[in-house]
Design a protein around this ligand. Structure first.
Ligand code: PRT
Ligand code: ZN
Length: 294
């Protein structure tokens, strides 16, 4: 019997591609591809990868051509907003490709507050999300739909403001624009069709999803080891971020001291280590965790 393979759509090249492939790698899946290859087989699990433009991913998943896809929330939310027949659903929020959809206006122009957007023209590639936002603010404004280079619209005097993706803010600054308000916070999403797949395919989807969850939790988690006097333990344990019950081990030849080992499910910053040290901890080690499974 041939095993049914699932198909996952990933961005071929662009801001989502590297992190998407790294995530698969973290799940123990290796995608080997040549430069122009659009289709790759994964050896470790019955999964095929389709490498496409990100614009195609929501429709490929919605129509069932692909069983999974990784896409920016901005694009997913716009499709969901604009099309009644779009029923794909979010399986996981993946925490990378962070950006926001924001309204921006010329630095020294007349628009100072959201209310000033009334009766203006706003250039955007996200007309449905923008109009929904404007409606929520009781503002009527025209949208000018542009597919790219939205940031030049005010300079060309074809729009008064823009609604576009912002990450570092450098593009806005370079075009003498400033952010007025955020419409949507965005990150990469793992999406699937609403329809049920065959039990065999559902099983592969669930296995991949569990591995992704394990990889993402592990990335945020650290294994912390330290030494402490027993009397300082209550204070020290309180300082360990997101730790469940830590392991306490005796130290050879030091009856008043113990070693503490803990999995911290939140980032451990230098500040946290300094606070641990001030509370009496010594020999503090923070180690990365590669994989995790509950
Ligand atoms: O070729 P293909 O169609 O597949 O790719 P693309 O060029 O359409 O998309 P790509 O690779 O640029 O972005 C893919 C996804 O990454 C987006 O849908 C977002 O979810 C996410 N993302 C994260 C971004 C950015 N950061 C980003 N900075 N998408 C776009 N930008 C652009 C933005 O449009 C603006 O022009 O970068 C500029 C702003 O960046 P800053 O850093 O100057 O603020
Ligand atoms: Zn695109």
């Amino acid at each position: 019997m041939t095993t049914e393979r699932i198909r996952i759509a990933l961005q071929k090249s662009g801001r989502l591609s590297e992190d998407s492939l790294d995530l698969l790698k973290g799940c123990g899946l290796h995608v080997t591809r040549s430069r122009d290859q659009l289709f790759c087989r994964i050896k470790e699990l019955p999964i095929d990868v389709l490498l496409v433009r990100d614009d195609d991913i929501p429709n490929f998943v919605n129509s069932g051509i692909c069983d999974l896809g990784i896409v920016g929330e901005n694009m997913f939310a716009e499709m969901q907003c604009a099309s009644h027949s779009f029923s794909a659903i979010v399986l996981e929020r993946l925490g990378f490709s962070l950006c926001r959809l924001a309204v921006a206006v010329p630095d020294n122009g007349p628009i100072r507050a959201i209310a000033d957007l009334a009766n203006t023209t706003i250039a955007t590639s996200y007309p449905c999300l923008l109009q929904t936002f404007l409606k929520s603010q009781n503002i009527q404004a025209k949208t000018l739909v542009m597919k790219g280079s939205v940031e030049v619209a005010p300079r060309l005097k074809i729009a008064d403001a823009i609604c576009d993706i912002v990450a570092s803010g450098a593009t806005l600054a370079a075009n003498n624009l400033r952010e007025l308000t955020t419409v949507l916070q965005s990150q990469a999403l793992l999406i699937r069709p609403a329809q049920k797949l065959s039990p065999e395919k559902e099983d592969v989807v669930n296995r991949l999803r569990a591995r992704m969850q394990g990889t993402l939790t592990a990335e945020d988690s650290k294994y912390v080891m330290l030494h402490a006097e027993k009397t300082h333990l209550p204070d020290i344990i309180k300082l360990l971020p997101g730790a469940e019950s830590p392991t306490i081990l005796p130290l050879q030849g030091q009856p008043d001291k113990v070693a503490v080992h803990a999995v911290c499910r939140e980032s451990v910053f230098w500040e946290t280590m300094e606070r641990l040290q001030a509370a009496g901890a010594s020999a503090i080690l923070v180690l990365p965790i590669e994989k995790m499974m509950a």
